[in-house]
Design a protein around this ligand. Sequence first.
Ligand code: GRF
Length: 212
Amino acid sequence: MKKIVILISGRGSNMQALLAANLPCTIAAVISNRADAQGLQVAQKLGIATAVLEHKQFATRELFDAELAKTIEVYRPDFVVLAGFMRILSAGFVQRFYGKLINIHPSLLPAYAGMHTHQRALDDGVKIHGCTVHFVSAALDHGPIIIQAAIPVLQDDSAVTLSQRLLAEEHRVYAQAVRWLCLEQVTLNAQNKVDFCFTKQIGHALFSPGLE
Ligand code: GRF
């Protein structure tokens, strides 16, 4: 059985979705860079090991990342799952965990890397928004894509309503991606491409606004 470690910084709803998904893996620990991350309490209540490593206590990003790597490696995880972990990771850290490190980002990458994705999508008037689960590479919010979910942007959407509707889909695709990885149905190949061991694919066109 594969082992994962989840990194969070706050609310932890994606973490909670992973914990609830009955995944074919052991959730070895939840680690936060903030002691006040709400997700920590949820994990503790479920009897999952937690650790806090406050980035503010480290003089440089590299020092924090080195200690974070050590903390993670205690658990010898097969995958390190970033779930709302609000820290940019140094190149050295990414290199160390390359192929094991995955993230969920609230946009259809490569569009809207970085922050405030929902407002930026609204400002641009895009009609379809979404989220992306990807392997983490050195470039921020880039890296080989595993799965994306798309949702329509509705006329009256605010950044809040859009993010709320998207969050429900984030929870679904993240659990799916971690399940695939743990079952080795999805792998990262030597050319940095994501291979799927299944050939049957389903999916539907999304029109937004809908066709009449
Ligand atoms: C999610 O929107 C995720 O895509 C982004 O940060 C947010 C974290 O939310 N990376 P939560 O802490 O999982 O509730």
